[in-house]
Each structure stands twice: as C-alpha cells, then as structure tokens.
Design a protein. Structure first.
Length: 83
C-alpha cells in the first residue's frame, strides 16, 4: 500500500464497519478466507464481482483482486507512521 502512504511497519487504525465506499481502504475477507488491506473499487456490473485494488505499482502494476464473495471487516481511518 506504499502508493497510499502505508509502509511496512506502519500501524493502521481500522474502524469496524461492514459498509465501504468506493475508494476506501478496507480490511476485507476474501473468498480464500484470508484478510487483506486493499482499496475497494466497487462491483463489476457485468460479473457482479467485488473489485479490490493494490496500491503498489512497483510490485503489482495495475493489478486487482476480483472476488464473488467479499466481507468488509473494517475501514482504515488513520495511519501511524513507524519511526
């Protein structure tokens, strides 16, 4: 999430919330039963898949995750930078 200003070692404050707006950084439980921190990009109208975007172009250029079932566990509210 380096392109979103979140670096390794930073602490992310998460508000427990199941509702996410497009552009929110979310903690999401994907269909693989693992949590991930990604940007919620909405629902693809054709496939009805939820779209989660990476924010690290150097490592994952233009990549996204598409899942049929998505559970939003929380929304990022603050980042505490590591010293």
């Amino acid at each position: 999430m380096v392109d979103a200003g979140i670096d390794s070692g930073d602490l992310v404050v998460i508000r427990t919330d199941c509702n996410a707006e497009i552009g929110d950084i979310v903690v999401a439980l994907t269909g693989y039963s693992e949590s991930t921190l990604k940007v919620y990009a909405g629902i693809d109208e054709d496939t009805q898949e939820a779209i989660l975007e990476y924010r690290n172009q150097a490592k994952y250029p233009d990549e996204e995750i598409r899942v049929k079932q998505l559970i939003v566990q929380g929304v990022a509210k603050h980042v505490i930078k590591a010293l």
